[in-house]
Design a protein around this ligand. Structure first.
Ligand SMILES: NC(=O)c1ccc[n+]([C@@H]2O[C@H](COP(=O)([O-])OP(=O)(O)OC[C@H]3O[C@@H](n4cnc5c(N)ncnc54)[C@H](O)[C@@H]3O)[C@@H](O)[C@H]2O)c1
Length: 261
C-alpha cells in the first residue's frame, strides 16, 4: 500500500495502459479519478467492466469523471473534481492519446490536427491545470505533486510512417523536460513514460497476432514478448511513489529494450 492517502487522476483510463495504471495505483491505496471520454474499455481481453467497477469491487477507491483532454473546460472541471472529492491532487497521469500511422504526404490536415489536439494540446492543458493546483498545495514528504506524461518510444526515434504521432510524442518528451526545469523548485516532479509495443486496443488488428505490425514488433523487441499494460503500470507506480525522489525531467522507456539499439 505505497500510495495510501494519495490522490491521483488518470486520463484515458477506461482502456489499455491508463486502465492498468488506474487499477495499480488504486491497489496501492490511492484514491483515483478515472477519466476518459467513455466508460467501457475499448478492449481488455475478457474483462469489459468499467475501470471504476474493477477498482471498487477490489476494495479500492475510485470515481469516474468524463473529460475530453483537448477541451479546456473539461480539463478544468476534472481537476476541480479531484480537489472537491479528495482535497488535493498528488499524482497526475496524462495518458490519453490517439495513434496514427502515415508518412507526411498521406497525413491530412485533419489527422494532424486530431493527433496534436489530443496528444499534445491535451497534455498541455492537463499539465497546466494540474500544476496550477499543485503549486497551491502543501508538500507531502517534500513533494507537492507528481506529473507523469505518457509519451512513446516513438517520441525518441523517427519510425517509418508515424509522422504526426511521432512528432506529437516527441513534443511530450520535451514538455516533460521543460516542466521539470520550471517546477522542480516548487517541489513538483515531472517525469514521463515511453511505452514500447504494448498489447492494447489502440492499433487496429493489434489483437490479431498475425498482424504485420505485431510480427515486426515482436521481431524488433529484444525481450521475447510484446509489452503488457501492467508493465507500464509498474513503472507508473514507481514514478508515483516515495521510491521516486530527486528524479525529474526523464522519460522512462518501458519497451523490452527496443530503444537500446
Ligand atoms: N499501446 C501501445 O503500444 C503504446 C505504445 C506507446 C505509447 N502508447 C501511448 O499510451 C497511451 C495509452 O495508449 P493505449 O494503447 O492504452 O490506448 P487505448 O486506445 O487502449 O486507450 C486510450 C484511451 O484514451 C481515451 N481517449 C482517447 N481520446 C481521448 C480524449 N480526447 N480525452 C480523454 N480520453 C481519450 C480512449 O477513450 C481510451 O480509453 C497513449 O498516449 C498512447 O499513445 C501506447
Amino acid at each position: 500500500m505505497r500510495l495510501t492517502g494519495r490522490t491521483a487522476v488518470v486520463t484515458g483510463a477506461a482502456s489499455g495502459i491508463g486502465r492498468a495504471i488506474a487499477i495499480r495505483l488504486a491497489a496501492e491505496g490511492a484514491s483515483v479519478v478515472v477519466s476518459d471520454i467513455r466508460t467501457d474499455p475499448i478492449w481488455d481481453g475478457l474483462n469489459t467492466e468499467p475501470t471504476t467497477d474493477v477498482i471498487v469491487s477490489a476494495g479500492g477507491t475510485a470515481i469516474f469523471h468524463k473529460a475530453d483532454v483537448s477541451v479546456t473546460d473539461d480539463v478544468h472541471s476534472l481537476i476541480q473534481r479531484v480537489v472537491q472529492e479528495y482535497g488535493r491532487l498528488d499524482i497526475m497521469i496524462n495518458n490519453a492519446g490517439l495513434v496514427g500511422s502515415h508518412n507526411i504526404l498521406e497525413t491530412t490536415e485533419g489527422e494532424w490536427d486530431r493527433l496534436m489536439s489530443v496528444n499534445l494540446r491535451g497534455q498541455f492543458l492537463c499539465c497546466k491545470a494540474a500544476i496550477t493546483q499543485m503549486v497551491t498545495q502543501e508538500p507531502v514528504v517534500e513533494i507537492r505533486g507528481r506529473v507523469i506524461n505518457v509519451s512513446s518510444q516513438q517520441g525518441f526515434i523517427g519510425p517509418p510512417d508515424y509522422f504526426a504521432y511521432a512528432v506529437s510524442k516527441g513534443g511530450v518528451v520535451q514538455m516533460t523536460r521543460q516542466l521539470s526545469t520550471d517546477y522542480a523548485r516548487h517541489g513538483i516532479l515531472v517525469n514521463g513514460l515511453a511505452p514500447g509495443r504494448i498489447i492494447t486496443g489502440t492499433h487496429p488488428g493489434e489483437i490479431d497476432m498475425t498482424d504485420p505490425v505485431l510480427t515486426y514488433s515482436r521481431a524488433r523487441t529484444p525481450y521475447p514478448r510484446l509489452g503488457r499494460a501492467d508493465d507500464v503500470a509498474g513503472a507508473a507506480l514507481f514514478l508515483s511513489s516515495d521510491d521516486c525522489t530527486f528524479i525529474s525531467g526523464h522519460t522512462l522507456p518501458v519497451d523490452g529494450g527496443w530503444l537500446a539499439y
